[in-house]
Design a protein around this ligand. Structure first.
Ligand code: G6P
Ligand code: MG
Length: 217
C-alpha cells in the first residue's frame, strides 16, 4: 500500500521556526508592536507577506507598500543570516530515522511548505534526496489553511488526498490537511494543535509501528 507522506518544513523537519520568530520580533520591535510567542502561533505556516500583515494588524499599523516591501526584505535578510552555517545538526530529533524508514519501505515522500527558502534548507541539511516531490512557497497561490500546497504534493506523488499523511507544526497547516481530507499529524503542543488527528510532541515519539499502521490503514 502506498501513501503520500507530506512533511511541512519549518518547525517539523528543521528548527527554523525559532529563526522566523526572532526575525519577525525585530521588525515588530522596530515598529513598537507587542509580539509574543502566542501571537507567533498565528504566523506559523503562513506566508511571509501575510505574516507581516498579521503583525501590522496586531499593532494597528497602516503602512505603504514601499515600507512593507522594505520590512519583508529586512525580515528575510535577517532570517537568512541565521541559516548561513546551517547543516544536518539542525534537523530535528527523530526526523531522520522516520525519513529513512519511509525510504526503506518505498513510500513516496514530499515537502509541503509555505517557505520560499525551502530548497536551500534541504540542501544545507543534506536531505534533499529524500524527497520525491517538493512543493513550496514558490509553487502555490493559496496559503494554508487552503490545502493547495498538500494537494499539489499528493498529485505529484500520484496518490489520492485520502491516502496522504501530513506532518505539521502549525494550526493553519493542520487545518489545510483536514480540509484536504488528509490524515493530519500535529507535531508540537496538543493544546495548540488539537484539531490534528494524531499529535506528538516531536518525532522521537513516533515509532516505526505507528508508521507501519499508517501505511496499512
Ligand atoms: C513557513 C513558516 C512561516 C514562514 C513561511 C514563509 O510556513 O512556518 O513562519 O513565514 O514558511 O517562509 P519564507 O522562508 O518564504 O519567508
Ligand atoms: Mg511549520
Amino acid at each position: 500500500n502506498k501513501k503520500a507522506f507530506i512533511f511541512d518544513l519549518d518547525g517539523v523537519i528543521v528548527d527554523t521556526a525559532k529563526y522566523h520568530y526572532l526575525a519577525w520580533q525585530k521588525i515588530a520591535n522596530e515598529l513598537n508592536i507587542d509580539f509574543t510567542l502566542e501571537h507567533n502561533e498565528l504566523l506559523k505556516g503562513v506566508s511571509r507577506v501575510r505574516s507581516l500583515d498579521i503583525i501590522l494588524e496586531l499593532g494597528k499599523v497602516e503602512a505603504s507598500q514601499e515600507d512593507k516591501d522594505k520590512w519583508l526584505f529586512q525580515k528575510n535578510e535577517d532570517y537568512l543570516s541565521y541559516l548561513v552555517d546551517m547543516n544536518e545538526s539542525e534537523i530535528l530529533q527523530g526526523v531522520f530515522p522516520v525519513l529513512k524508514f519511509l525510504k526503506e519501505k518505498g513510500q513516496p515522500i514530499a515537502l509541503g511548505s509555505a517557505s520560499k527558502n525551502a530548497r536551500p534548507i534541504l540542501e544545507k541539511t543534506g536531505i534533499l534526496s529524500y524527497f520525491d516531490a517538493i512543493v513550496d512557497g514558490n509553487d502555490v497561490t493559496n496559503a494554508k489553511p487552503d490545502p493547495e500546497v498538500f494537494l499539489i504534493a499528493a498529485k505529484l506523488l500520484n496518490i489520492n488526498p485520502e491516502d496522504a499523511i501530513v506532518f505539521e507544526d502549525s494550526v493553519a497547516g493542520v487545518q489545510a490537511a483536514n480540509i484536504g481530507k488528509m490524515t493530519s499529524i500535529g507535531i508540537g503542543s496538543a493544546t495548540v494543535l488539537h484539531e490534528a488527528k494524531y499529535i506528538f510532541n516531536n518525532f522521537t515519539e513516533i515509532d516505526t509501528n505507528f508508521i507501519e499502521d499508517l501505511i496499512k490503514e
